[in-house]
Write a protein that binds this ligand. Sequence first.
Ligand code: SF4
Length: 278
Amino acid sequence: MEKFTEDKTGSFYSYLSEGCRLCQEGAKMVLFVTGLCPKNCFYCPLSDKRRGKDLVFANERLISSDEDLLKEAELMDALGTGITGGEPLLKLERVLHYIRMLKASFGIEHHIHLYTSLAPGRQVLEKLADAGLDEIRFHPPQECWNDLKNSQYANSLQNAKELGIEAGIEIPALEDAEKVSAFAEEMGVFLNLNELEFSDNNSEALLKNGFCFNPTHPVRLPDPVNLPGLPLRNVKRPIFVPQYIRMQSSSAKDFSESQRILQESLTKSLKTVHWYTE
Ligand code: SF4
């Protein structure tokens, strides 16, 4: 079985991409390039402040000029940037501009990774590679997970690799994640599995889908009065409840049965899993 390392946050991994390594150090600026997105994932945690709004944030700072953005990166001594949204590739020219600007201002060693739920073609990936993108993480929708091999995501991953961009998949730990892990292994790319987080906007959908809140996790539980008809006592526990599969900081012998089953099913076929909880 692949050897996993656990960090102090409860994440465990057998491989860390450079983007993940820098994030773990807190050295990456989070650049939110737009709140627009064509997808409608039930677990989407975007707040009303951002969802559907074409705004730019660097960490928590609303950005209205390039100077604002550079100032935020300087303030935190950022060693890199993670570009997220919404769907960043809806604003491709904006993304290319920011990548070029950050590389020109902080050097090519300023590491930049990008998240996308789309499966861009070769031309778009070439533009991103030319601008200096170091790493890309694809987030295919759950309905594609059964047949990723025959989807456009397989081509995008292959093209990204050929263009010298480190490529991986980043998805929430939902049912069928093990199929994505087998696909990632076949493609020779890394896989990040996220623990879902409850937010004001997704709590009702998460509860309806059978997820429940982990009281030991330091996130705020939405007020039950805002969830008519969904009292917490009626919430069932599904096969995959990421909060309960989270690796605890105590020793391995304390793992719950569900933690053990998930880890075994993933590690059977997967060599490069990075599970994180923050
Ligand atoms: S792709 Fe991301 S931003 Fe878009 S709906 Fe899904 S979780 Fe939200």
